[in-house]
Ligand binder design. Sequence first.
Ligand code: 5GP
Ligand code: MG
Length: 164
Amino acid sequence: MSEDTIQQRIRELADHINADYRERNPLFIAILNGSFMFAADLFKNLDAAVEISFIKVASYEQFSSTGNVSNLIGLTEPLHNRDVVILEDIIDTGITMEKILEIIKDLDPASIEIVTLLQKPEALKVELNIKYCGFEIPNKFVVGYGLDYDGLGRNFKEILQLKD
Ligand code: 5GP
Ligand code: MG
């Protein structure tokens, strides 16, 4: 996926979000590390009174992708009565996002929506209402534009599929 394709789609997502959140003051919660580039580029195209906070997800087991989310590190803002938009790089099984939603719902926000740059519909294992999605992609491992393979590749401007 080329840089142009990504940036063009981000502008479209931003147009939708700008229209939906006009006159509101949403708080974006970006999930690090993978979402840092998407968060930056999306944010530059938003024109409402938007705020952003960056958090990390801690797992019970290191390196697990089993959705054992125990804690959201860095979440210091009160979310009570806020319009929250959770910002992710990619939703695969959706288990991570489901756990994040559970924790955030407990903090009593006025609303919660999800924006993700990528999602793999074939891999989704839970029911998620993903309001804003950049691209639906096949169930393949991708790197670049913030997404890593073993720590590397986050710096690529484009998104690439890892060789099978
Ligand atoms: P889920 O809980 O939805 O299965 O997994 C979400 C997390 O797995 C993402 O936030 C990301 O860190 C990682 N992940 C899932 N698919 C990919 C992929 O294709 N490439 C990379 N780099 N990470 C992925
Ligand atoms: Mg992620």
